[in-house]
Design a protein around this ligand. Structure first.
Ligand code: ATP
Ligand code: MG
Length: 318
C-alpha cells in the first residue's frame, strides 16, 4: 500500500530536521501520483506558500502545483470557520474572536488551538462544503516531536473533558480519523546524525497502539561520506596506515580531522541501523528512505520539486 493512498499524512520530527520541506515534497509527490492534495501548515506558518511564490499568508488553499494546494491554518481562522459552519452564529463568533477576552479564552483551554486546526482538516477531508475543494489527501506539517504527540493525543483528552456539545463532536470526529489506521499515517523525519536518529528511535518506541500507523521514516539531508571508503582504489584504512607515521604536522592534522569525520559517520550509521531495526520490528509496513542534502543556502521551489521526485515511489513495495 502506498503512503499516498491515505487521507491524512502527519509529518512529524524534531525541530529543524526538515518537516516542512518533506511535507511540501510529499504533497508534490502525491500530486504527481494523481492525488488531489493539500499541504497544511499550522499556527499561521506559511513557509510553503512563500516558497512557491505567495506574497501573503493564505488560510484559503492556494495552488502550488497541478492538483496540489497549500494552506496556512491558525486557530482563530479555524474557530471562526467552525463557528460559521457548526454553531451558525457567524457574526457573533467573529466579533468574539476578535475580542481579546476570547483570545485569552482560546489560549487558556489546553489543546483548543490544536483541536480547532485538526478539526478544520477533518472537516475539509470528510465533509467539504459546497464550493469547497475536495481533497483525497491532506499532508499535515505537524509541530516538532513532543508537541506532535500531544497534539495527536489531544482529541481524546478534549472529548473526555467536554462530554457533550459541538467541541465534543469535533473531538470525537478527529479522534476517529486519527485512530483509523486505514485513513491516517505518520511520516517521521530525521537527520543522518546520531542524536536526531536516537530521538527518532525514542519516538518510534513511544508510539502506542492508538497512535497513527508509522508509514515511513525519511532520513533528510543525507550527504556523501566526508571520507571516501577508498582513494584511487586503495581502501581508506590502508591510506591512513601509510600516513599515520608521516612526520609532517599538517598531514597529522588532516588525519585527525578525517578520524573525527569517520567516528561521527560510524555513530550515525550505528544509530540508523538501530532505528531501521526498531522500525522493522515494530512497524513492519513502514519504509525508510533518504533525501539528499541540497547544497544551497536556501531551498527554492525547484529544489523541493527535485526532492519530491525521490519520494514518488515511497511505500510502493509495502
Ligand atoms: N534536503 C535538504 N537539503 C538542503 N537543505 C534542506 C533540506 N531539507 C531542509 N533543508 C533546509 O533546512 C532548514 C530546515 O528545514 P525545514 O524548515 O523544512 O525544517 P522543519 O523541521 O520544518 O523546521 P522547524 O522545526 O523550524 O519547523 C531550512 O532552511 C530548509 O531549507
Ligand atoms: Mg517547519
Amino acid at each position: 500500500m502506498s503512503v499516498f493512498s491515505r487521507r491524512l499524512l502527519a509529518v512529524a520530527g524534531k525541530g529543524g530536521v526538515g518537516r516542512t520541506t518533506v511535507a511540501a515534497a510529499l504533497a508534490l509527490a502525491a500530486g504527481a501520483r494523481g492525488r488531489r492534495v493539500c499541504v497544511a501548515e499550522l499556527y499561521g506558518a506559511w513557509r510553503i506558500q512563500h516558497l512557491f511564490g505567495a506574497r501573503a499568508r493564505s488560510y484559503t488553499p492556494i495552488p502550488i502545483a497541478p492538483r496540489v494546494d497549500a494552506m496556512s491554518l491558525d486557530a482563530v481562522d479555524c474557530l471562526d470557520d467552525f463557528g460559521r459552519k457548526k454553531l451558525k452564529i457567524g457574526a457573533l463568533v467573529k466579533a468574539l474572536l476578535h475580542n481579546r477576552v476570547m483570545g485569552a479564552f482560546l489560549d487558556a483551554v489546553p489543546g483548543l488551538h490544536d483541536l480547532q486546526q485538526l478539526g478544520k482538516i477533518e472537516n475539509m477531508l470528510m465533509e467539504p462544503g459546497p464550493g469547497e475543494p475536495r481533497y483525497d489527501l491532506v499532508v499535515l506539517d505537524a509541530p516538532a516531536t513532543g508537541h506532535s504527540l500531544t497534539m495527536l493525543a489531544g482529541a481524546r483528552a478534549m472529548r473526555e473533558m467536554t462530554v457533550v456539545g459541538p467541541f465534543h463532536d469535533l473531538a470525537h470526529r478527529i479522534e476517529a480519523l486519527l485512530d483509523d489506521h486505514a485513513r491516517t499515517g505518520l511520516v517521521l523525519v530525521t537527520l543522518p546524525e546520531a542524536l536526531p536518529v536516537r530521538e527518532a528511535l525514542e519516538l518510534v518506541e513511544a508510539l502506542g497502539p492508538d497512535a497513527p500507523l508509522l508509514d515511513a521514516i525519511v532520513v533528510n539531508q543525507v550527504r556523501p561520506a566526508s571520507v571516501p571508503a577508498e582513494i584511487a582504489g586503495v581502501p581508506w584504512e590502508t591510506v591512513r596506515a601509510a600516513l599515520v607515521t608521516d612526520p609532517n604536522p599538517d598531514v597529522q592534522a588532516v588525519l585527525a580531522t578525517a578520524d573525527q569525520f569517520v567516528l561521527r559517520q560510524h555513530a550515525a550509521d550505528r544509530a540508523l541501523t538501530r532505528l531501521t531495526n526498531a522500525v522493522r520490528a515494530r512497524h513492519a509496513a513502514a519504509t525508510t528512505c533518504s533525501l539528499p542534502s541540497v547544497d544551497v543556502d536556501q531551498l527554492t521551489a525547484d529544489d523541493v520539486r527535485a526532492l519530491a521526485r525521490s519520494l514518488v515511489h515511497l511505500g510502493d513495495a509495502t
